[in-house]
Ligand binder design. Structure first.
Ligand code: NAD
Length: 260
């Protein structure tokens, strides 16, 4: 079975990577590409289709859309997709509560894969840090450090938050009560059980994440380094082929990879 896919933001870094990754795959076929009105490349052919601003056309021409855009675009497209019960793969990070509400409405009527990171490696890391946190307990101080390119808009990265949440789950803790996003000034001694997340920005780094577990006299580091966007694109297309025909609901990459 070949899933017909609409790619959003074909001029973007991830949009381009998704189009490149689609070439040569048999499980997906690009049926439309939709971008914002001032995007470069509109009206030109990409992956056999003409990039357009016509969202209704794009959604009607596909079985599933792949969204790596901006939070505002993700919300607007989710609203348009809800009346069509269109399946979706959503990778945009930094969604606000209102954006999440629009995605939640779509999930009621269509199958949707949402992931802060579509790489196999990071999804394995999520399982590993959860296991490490459960075994080590909160006596071992857990910290997450993420590094990304200078153009990234949101911080901490969605992947860093997913890793930190997996650590909290391993501790049996409520993440929102134990999180500490960066530190500054007279912060006092580190409270037991706190989970710190720190952000580094610069250059063209695609994405690096390290979870630290500091014990007394020893330390564990679990790291993932992305060296190509193709890993996210391939994962997103795998998710697109997988999600078509599934019952309505919210799925993640652990479901797609059968690691849940
Ligand atoms: P980018 O700025 O290079 O691309 C964004 C694209 O969205 C552009 O092509 C822009 O024209 C398009 N766009 C904006 N508004 C639109 C609209 N209304 N309709 C259609 N297209 C619209 O950004 P990027 O580096 O490709 O990242 C995009 C998002 O994906 C970010 O939130 C980033 O954090 C996230 N991301 C997620 C993963 C993952 O695995 N989940 C991996 C990498 C990046």
């Amino acid at each position: 079975m070949t899933a017909r896919v609409c790619v959003l933001g074909p001029s973007g870094k991830m949009g381009r990577a998704v189009l490149d990754a689609a070439a040569g795959r048999r499980d997906v076929a690009i049926s439309a590409a939709v971008d914002r009105p001032d995007a470069p490349g509109l009206g030109t052919q990409v992956a056999g289709v003409v990039a357009t601003t016509d969202l209704a056309f794009g959604l009607d021409a596909c079985e599933v859309y792949v969204d790596f855009t901006t939070p505002a675009a993700t919300r607007a497209v989710a609203i348009a997709a809800t009346s069509r019960r269109r399946a979706a793969v959503i990778g945009t990070t930094g969604l606000t509560a209102a954006d999440e509400e629009a995605v939640a409405a779509l999930v009621q009527v269509a199958p949707v894969v949402v992931a802060a990171n579509f790489s196999l490696g990071v999804n394995l890391v999520l399982g590993l840090v959860r296991r490490a946190a459960r075994t080590l307990g909160s006596e071992w101080d857990a910290e997450v450090v993420e590094t990304h390119h200078r153009a990234k808009r949101d911080a901490p990265s969605g992947t860093a938050l997913a890793i930190a949440r997996a650590i909290a789950a391993g501790h049996g803790a409520d993440y929102d009560r134990v999180k500490r996003h960066s530190r500054d000034g007279e912060i006092g001694a580190r409270p037991r059980g706190e989970i710190g997340v720190s952000t580094v920005r610069g250059g063209d780094v695609i994405g690096e994440h390290t979870a630290y577990f500091f014990g007394a006299g020893e330390r564990i580091e679990i790291s993932h380094r992305a060296t190509s966007r193709s890993i996210f694109a391939a994962g997103a297309l795998r998710a697109a082929a997988w999600v078509v025909g599934k019952p309505p609901g919210r799925y993640d990459m652990l479901d797609v990879l059968d690691l849940a």
